[in-house]
Design a protein around this ligand. Structure first.
Ligand code: PLP
Length: 404
């Protein structure tokens, strides 16, 4: 007998994870696939972090921990906020979870009631909209403009606030656009949000991957008043190349943290004890590994953006953070060859047709912009070798030139 819960009707499987699985399946069949799909660094987890996990096992730290994380991991999280952001939190204001994604999920499950509205600037990270829906909320998607570097303006924000607005989502640096909000921009947005008593959800997962000596800023850093309204989600996946370890963390109002702890206690319980020890070392240990990775990402960023802009019909701005390039390809959609592809596919989404053809015929995996709420673009993750970037981009250029 097959049963299906109605809650599944409002969500879809993560398109980025689905694409990565498809690319990996092709690789397993021996196909030479170049994947710009996965949002994960290609580096190994640094040695000192792996050693901390080994030591934890040897010491027998293999049992349940407190649901919201070990006291020593919480201390490391508190020290991180103090050191990097000059923010002071107490132990009851922080929580560790099974990846940033669980922290985000538990936050929305803990604060949203049916019908509550959450403002999500688009292009957005694939999971926000589905998580808000799972929590019974209504995502209010606000399309940002390319000429504003895909950042929401104070006017656009104000125009979308209603009496039902509970949360505003901010993700800086952004997945998928790679753009980052400046302090002055955050000041203006947070003034409006605080005035309207709207919680600010700040996803800082790409905090450490920032270029050209730009200064990272989140809303909690603006003032104590804004900090009261801000919840920060972060994690070790991207900064320390620890995607598989599944440790994320959050900081904010103690009552919200307590409610998230309750959610977590009835789902996963604590994040893996050994991974917590590794995350503690990542946060407390030498940060040179992060700086080295950012230097490598920076070279790749310049390479991929230059190569993308050399393709006819592609327009790509220079990302200021994260490891994604988000070229606009609407001119490609006008090409005769592409229009024929659209007709043959019977599919509505242009970015999907483009990416399907690229994977099927040229063995290159790229995520369609529609997954991020913008069908005019496609997303490349450049967390891969320069050699693979060059080869992959050669194939993309070949496909586009075949479409004329
Ligand atoms: N937030 C953003 C914007 C992301 O891109 C990701 C991962 O792709 C996450 C959160 C979740 O990361 P994790 O669950 O691996 O910590």
């Amino acid at each position: 007998m097959f049963y299906k819960a109605n809650r599944l009707d409002v969500i879809e499987p993560s398109p980025t994870l689905a694409l990565t699985a498809k690319a990996n399946a092709l690789k397993a069949q021996g196909v030479d696939v170049i994947s710009f799909g996965a949002g994960e660094p290609d580096f190994d987890t640094p040695e000192h972090i792996k050693n901390a996990a080994k030591r934890a096992m040897d010491k027998g730290l293999t049992k349940y921990t407190a649901v919201s994380g070990t006291p020593s991991l919480k201390e490391a999280i508190i020290a991180k906020f103090q050191k990097d952001n000059n923010l002071k939190y107490e132990k009851n204001q922080v929580i560790a979870g099974v990846g940033g994604k669980q922290v985000i999920y538990n936050f929305f499950m803990a604060v949203i009631n049916p019908g509550d509205e959450v403002i999500v600037p688009a292009p957005y990270w694939v999971s926000y909209v589905d998580i808000v829906r799972l929590a019974g909320g209504v995502p209010v998607v606000v399309n940002t403009k390319r000429e504003n570097d895909f950042k929401i303006t104070p006017e656009e924000l104000k125009a979308n606030i209603t009496p039902k607005t509970r949360v505003f989502i901010m993700n800086s640096p952004s997945n998928p656009t790679g753009s980052s909000y400046m302090r002055t921009e955050i000041e203006k947005l947070s003034e409006i949000l605080v005035k309207n008593k709207i919680l600010i959800f700040s996803d800082d997962i790409y905090e450490k991957i920032i270029y050209d000596n730009n200064q990272f800023c989140n809303p909690a850093m603006i003032s104590n008043e804004v900090k009261e309204y801000t919840f920060i989600a972060n994690g070790v996946s991207k900064a320390y190349s620890m995607t598989g370890w599944r440790i994320g963390f959050g900081a904010g109002n103690a009552e919200i943290i307590k409610n998230m702890d309750t959610m977590q206690s009835q789902s996963t319980s604590n994040p893996t004890s050994i991974a917590q020890a590794a995350a503690e070392e990542a946060l407390n240990g030498d940060q040179k590994c992060v700086a080295d990775m950012v230097v490598a990402f920076d070279k790749r960023r310049k390479l991929i953006v230059a190569t993308l802009n050399a393709i006819k019909g592609f327009q790509c701005g220079m990302p200021t953070g994260a490891f994604y390039a988000f070229p606009y390809i609407s001119e490609v959609y006008q090409m005769d060859g592409f229009q024929k592809l659209m007709k043959d596919s019977g599919e509505k989404s242009k970015s999907k047709v483009f990416c399907d053809h690229l994977l099927q015929k040229y063995n290159v995996a790229v995520v369609p912009g529609i997954a991020f709420g913008d069908d005019n673009a496609i997303r490349f993750s450049y967390a891969m070798s320069e050699k693979d970037i060059t080869e992959g981009m050669k194939r993309v250029a070949e496909m586009v030139s075949s479409l004329k």
